[in-house]
Design a protein around this ligand. Structure first.
Ligand SMILES: NC(=O)c1ccc[n+]([C@@H]2O[C@H](COP(=O)([O-])OP(=O)(O)OC[C@H]3O[C@@H](n4cnc5c(N)ncnc54)[C@H](O)[C@@H]3O)[C@@H](O)[C@H]2O)c1
Length: 353
């Protein structure tokens, strides 16, 4: 156990959550130096690390977590690895599941090997609530079965299985975090909330997969970061923690909430055929983490104005969503929410006309 880490490797630190984690770790541990390992996929942005690099306490290694030499040299001399690097968008995992297995499974294993070889005392792995799937009636505690329903969630579950094997076989201290959906600035606009913000700001209809009744529980990225450092400071060895929020909204509620901030030009919601699988909800039990004294403090409604403001001030991010409208026979307007529109088979965004 490392109570006050002095040299931390953060993987995926140029992405959405990773870049907030980097800023938060620098603030929380004023004596710590950070190394950020990221291969800068489409989801990363170097600008998110300007403040960290400017502090003189963070260095960036541009490299792939799947490459053993890169992982080994990045892990050399650190006392904590915080592992966030991943392919993170469920929709892409239907089209390119092998890429998800490579990064999320092989990449995690490569880092575990680096931990072992470089004798890194602690590793914190960011998993997801999606490993539980959506079948549970009662909130899942950390011992619940894994029932992933899509290739992204399956790759995250597979990575956790490797971790279990490494914990026991090599006596390593590896903590697993399974957070609910995380929201905040800097999220790539393929994800629900920034996509809706971008579409609304461009006065475009908000496209909803299926009927929009599926719910998600939302954690502000600032609350996630506080949970992470509560676990670094007070968490148990080889422990697993759900990071849960009871701030639950349906997709439809989110769309309406965003439209209430950005009313657009009277354009309505647009429903399209759902993606192959769209879990109903993720319902997890946060009792274990609450025992460490952590509670979420922010709701979606609290953070939404700041998030909207950030995207409006980053038009390059909004432009990513500014694609031409799809043909009318692929999408339709429904008079009322709730009905499922069945049209052509699901096509990846890139392949749609
Ligand atoms: N966003 C959420 O709501 C959420 C919820 C639960 C768990 N998570 C998990 O949190 C982590 C971070 O998610 P995010 O939303 O910030 O993702 P993101 O897609 O915004 O960022 C991922 C980062 O990982 C980097 N990366 C990808 N492949 C890499 C590789 N092979 N080598 C090095 N770097 C690589 C990318 O360049 C990017 O900077 C992921 O592990 C994700 O599974 C996210």
């Amino acid at each position: 156990m490392v109570a006050d880490p002095s040299k931390i490797l953060v993987t995926g630190g140029a992405g959405f959550i990773g870049s907030h984690v980097v800023d938060h770790l620098l603030r929380t541990y004023p004596g710590a130096a950070l190394r950020i390992l990221d291969n800068f996929t489409y989801a990363a942005d170097r600008r998110y690390l300007d403040v960290a690099v400017g502090s003189g306490r963070a260095t960036i290694i541009r490299g792939d977590i799947c490459q053993p030499q890169v992982a080994r040299s990045a892990a050399n001399g650190v006392d904590l690895i915080v592992h966030l690097a991943a392919e993170s968008h469920v929709d892409h995992s239907f089209n390119e599941p092998d890429r998800f297995s490579r990064t999320n499974v092989i990449g995690t294993q490569t880092l575990l090997e680096a931990m072992r070889q470089q004798k890194v005392p602690r590793f914190i792995h960011i998993s997801t609530d999606e490993v539980y799937g959506d079948e549970a009636i009662n909130p899942c505690d950390e011992a619940a079965d894994f029932l992933p329903t899509n290739p992204y969630a399956a790759s995250k579950a597979a990575a956790e299985m490797l971790i279990r094997g490494y914990r026991r076989s090599f006596d390593l201290d590896i903590t697993i975090l399974r957070p609910n959906n995380i929201i905040g600035t800097r999220q790539y606009p393929e994800k629900l909330i920034p996509r809706f913000i971008a579409l609304s700001s461009l006065a475009r209809p908000l496209t909803i997969h299926g009927s929009g009744h599926q719910t998600r529980s939302f954690l502000a990225v600032a609350d996630f970061c506080r949970a992470l450092t509560a676990i670094i400071d007070r968490g148990g060895e080889n422990e697993t923690y759900n990071i849960s929020s009871d701030n639950e909204h349906s997709v439809l509620e989110i769309a309406r909430l965003i439209k209430s901030h950005l009313p657009g030009h009277g354009i309505d919601l647009v429903y399209e055929q759902g993606r192959p699988v769209n879990d109903e909800r993720y319902h997890i039990n946060g009792t274990r983490l609450a025992a460490l004294g952590w509670q979420p403090t922010l709701t979606l409604k609290d953070v939404l104005p700041e998030i909207i403001d950030w995207y409006l001030n980053h038009p390059d991010k909004l432009a990513i969503v500014g694609l031409p409208l799809r043909s009318p026979d692929e999408i339709t307007k429904l008079p009322s929410p709730g009905a499922l529109f069945v049209a052509r088979p699901y096509l990846p965004v890139e392949l749609r006309s």
